[in-house]
Ligand binder design. Structure first.
Ligand code: H2P
Length: 793
């Protein structure tokens, strides 16, 4: 432990001297991380003891992804020793920022869903609430993205091997997970059974400390690793193949599930996570099992952990010997579910036969849940369509979202519009059946990572005018409203923004050898690649601007740099072609002597949390241009807003609530509304071809695309072509394109009025506090989990 700079320096130097090898930056990083781990240990132990002694209700957040990002800097900050360590290291000739860069990036998530889980962890600990994460310790995490000739290529990562190990192996808590086998019903009154001839997998937890602000509360992120069980549980033959199957469970996030084998692996991962976490919760309790809902809340993050419902039933029925009614009562008062998307492809469905083979007892329980639920619905006067919607198993398919709703006591969407769409359309029948289950919890982001840590310059500026209360209660950022017309404050804000743009420019020049004009407008579209997120519309628009520059010598717009960043799922061919298209257009424009003075495209390779931390603070414009109704919430929109970037977006997800906060004048909104989109979809009245035929500019763009002129080097644009033409542009790219282009023109006009632009930025920051995940977590706690803060410590 160290309490002063001098103590820190002494301790750090002593450890350096003990090194036998020459000290590299990597060793210096490891030493520092080790010291921080020790620092955290005492509070971690104390928090755990407190939870045990006081018997506080605990929340467990089950998630297949936790996109936590690097831990060193955030931990130092939350422990309030960042400055002390920074100065101390400086005096010893080290640069803390450089050491932070040595930390391997754990890519345990792929986008907003996983990052949300990480923000929630930070907020729970910072609000001093007993809330922990349960996930999988993937050795590889998501692939790292390398661009080759503009194409995305995927490369395995191994963050664990490179890691400084924030987590601690808990062999004492290891548990065993059964797959396959035969169910032996116990013939009696109860729905009890046992499983024979199962294949066992050992689950070993690795606990990672989640340090709350001011350090006092340290919660736990428990990540499970799959291992070979002890000798007596091994199969008699072919242990090698068995071993490969076991290791695969925690090897990779999102294994390729286009094959049957891949699907089985995903299902195994999901069950592995649920079973291991639930078994441990039950095993280590010191209260009667009937009191579970009073002591434990379990939140399932999307349907990936929905097997928690039948698994908890299994443990209560077969392990605890409860009756069906008792077990069901406990389960449906303990588990609650968050839905994150209405996209059909993301609503998980499993083949009954596969589930039955891999998890026979679980399948039997799901069948019984379905049977009983159908029986109940039968008593209501429902038409056959409604009955279909209310079935969990239908035509040999298990619908996980329906299972999740039926087995939870609360169900929420992640922004107001999304929740309304769930209630009124996607889950209409379920909502009518369970009228009090559905509620909204608009997402949030932790202001500690996304403002205080990512943008210390802006944080200091804010504190210099309104004091530092906002760091504890971010809604107090409101107080900035008094300064949004103050020219001195706005001038200072402009300098900070420029500083962040310069830093990003330097970083990218160094790491990706890209030259950027830091004086240009920084327009950013950074998120997972997906059709509905419409990166395609963005690049189409840039190509249109290029055509205008070429055709009209008087058209010379204000210089803009368009940033793209994000990965496409490995098997998502369309999204991968969009990445290639962006890079092809980039090459042409960036090398054009005239156009490149006005337009510049930067594709930030291998976009991840650390890169995101450098990008959000440097943005002027936040591209949030999803097809209305498709983006459940979005959280990048909130990170941009908090850093003073202005939203250019559609009326979708949380964009709507952002505009509610700042007013129409402080964002640029365009495009068809969710209602219009849903109407087009229902009535089939949208025809992309008509736009191609009638709009000269769009017609030209599409023919350039089809002729291969636009896509030089990309011989095969068949997926883009077929989506726009054959599939009639399902994400309404062409429908919104001209409105998007006109809105960009409005953006440019305002940008040139510097003061007006800065005022808009300042209003955005001032109104962003409500989008802190502290607010979201407080609402979950008040309305769903019923947690108590640890004020007494
Ligand atoms: C998803 C939704 C987002 C939402 C996020 C967190 C699945 O994230 O699409 O709209 O904000 O969950 O609730 P993403 O697309 O980034 O993978």
């Amino acid at each position: 432990m160290f309490y002063s700079k001098e103590e820190f320096k002494e301790n750090f130097s002593m450890r350096l001297e003990q090194q036998e090898q020459p000290v590299t930056l990597q060793t210096a990083y490891s030493i520092l991380a080790g010291m921080v781990r020790e620092f955290v240990k005492r509070d971690w132990n104390e928090t755990n003891h407190f939870y045990q002694n006081e018997q506080r209700k605990q929340l467990y957040y089950f998630s297949i992804e936790f996109l936590i990002g690097r831990m060193l800097g955030q931990n130092l900050m939350n422990l309030t020793i960042y400055e002390l360590v920074n100065e101390g290291l400086g005096e010893l000739g080290y640069d803390l920022a450089e050491l932070e860069e040595q930390e391997p990036e754990p890519g345990l998530g792929n986008g907003g869903l996983g990052r949300l889980a990480a923000c929630f962890m930070d907020s729970l600990a910072s609000l001093q609430m007993p809330g922990h994460g349960c996930g999988i310790r993937y050795r590889g995490g998501l692939f790292s993205q390398v661009l080759k000739d503009g194409f995305q290529t995927e490369h395995p990562t191994d963050w664990i091997n490179d890691s400084a190990g924030w987590d601690i192996r808990r062999e004492d808590l290891a548990t065993y997970i059964p797959f396959f086998g035969e169910v032996q019903p116990e013939h009696g009154q109860r729905f009890k059974a046992s499983l024979t001839n199962a294949e066992w997998v050992k689950a070993v937890p690795y606990d990672m400390p989640i340090v709350g602000a001011y350090g006092k509360t340290v919660n736990t992120l428990r990540l499970w690793q799959a291992e070979l069980p002890e000798q007596h549980l091994l199969p008699k033959a072919d242990v090698e193949t068995y071993k490969q199957h076991v290791v695969a469970i925690s090897d990779r996030l999102y294994p390729d599930d286009s094959t049957e084998e891949g699907k089985i692996l995903r299902l195994k991962q999901q069950y592995f996570l649920c079973s291991a976490s639930l078994q441990t919760i039950l095993k280590n309790r010191d209260f009667p099992v009937s009191a579970l809902p009073k002591h434990v809340a379990i939140q399932i993050n999307d349907t990936h952990p929905a097997l928690a419902i039948p698994e908890l039933m299994r443990l209560l029925l077969d392990g605890e010997g409860l009756s069906w009614e008792e077990a069901w009562g406990i389960t449906t008062h303990t588990i609650s579910y968050t839905n994150h998307t209405i996209l059909e492809e993301a609503m998980e469905k499993w083949d009954s036969s596969m589930l039955e083979q891999l998890l026979p007892r679980i399948y039997m329980i799901i069948q019984e849940i379905d049977r009983r639920f159908k029986e109940k619905c039968h008593q209501e006067n429902l038409d056959s369509e409604a009955k279909k919607k209310l079935s969990i198993i239908e035509d040999g398919i298990v619908k996980m979202a329906t299972l999740a709703v039926v087995g939870s006591y609360k169900v929420n969407g992640v922004a107001k519009l999304h929740t309304e769409i769930l209630k009124m359309r996607e889950m209409k029948e379920l909502n009518e059946h369970f009228p009090h289950k559905f509620h909204n919890k608009t997402n949030g982001i932790t202001h500690r990572r996304w403002l205080m840590k990512a943008n210390p310059e802006l944080s200091s500026l804010i504190t210099s005018v309104i004091g530092n209360e906002w760091t504890k209660d971010p809604v107090k950022l409101h107080q900035l409203n008094e300064f949004v017309q103050d020219p001195v404050f706005l001038g200072d804000f402009k300098s900070v923004k420029q500083q962040k743009k310069n830093q990003l420019t330097e970083y990218l020049e160094k790491n990706q050898t890209i030259k950027i004009d830091p004086e240009s407008i920084f327009d950013m579209h950074i998120k997972r690649f997906h059709g509905y997120k419409r990166q395609l519309m963005n690049i189409f628009h840039i190509q249109m601007l290029y055509n205008r520059i070429k055709e009209d010598s008087a058209y010379r717009p204000y210089p803009r740099t368009f940033f793209f960043g994000g990965k496409a799922a490995k098997s998502y061919r369309f999204a991968k072609q969009v990445i290639k298209l962006i890079n092809t257009v980039a090459e042409k424009i960036n090398n054009d002597p005239v156009a490149s003075k006005h337009l510049h495209i930067v594709f930030v390779e291998d976009y991840n949390v650390s890169r995101a931390e450098k990008m959000f603070p440097a943005a002027d414009i936040s591209e949030q241009i999803s097809t209305a109704s498709k983006e459940a919430s979005g959280t990048g929109n909130m990170k941009f807003m908090m850093n003073g970037a202005i939203t250019l977006g559609t009326f979708d997800g949380a964009n709507i609530e952002i505009v509610e906060q700042i007013g129409d004048d402080n964002a640029f909104i365009f495009g068809v509304t969710a209602q219009q989109v849903m109407q087009f979809e229902e009535e089939k009245t949208y025809h992309a071809r008509e736009i191609i035929e009638k709009d000269r500019e769009i017609g030209q763009l599409i023919s350039e695309l089809l002729s291969g002129k636009l896509s030089k080097g990309l011989e095969n644009i068949d997926f883009i072509r077929s989506q726009i033409i054959d599939e009639n542009d399902p994400y309404f790219v062409l429908k919104d394109l001209q409105h998007y282009a006109r809105t960009h023109n409005r953006v440019l006009a305002v940008y040139e009025d510097t003061l007006a632009w800065q005022e808009m930025s300042a209003v955005n920051i001032a109104q962003s506090g409500i989008f802190s995940s502290d607010r979201t977590i407080q609402q979950y706690s008040d309305e769903v989990w019923d947690l108590e803060k640890i004020y007494s410590r």
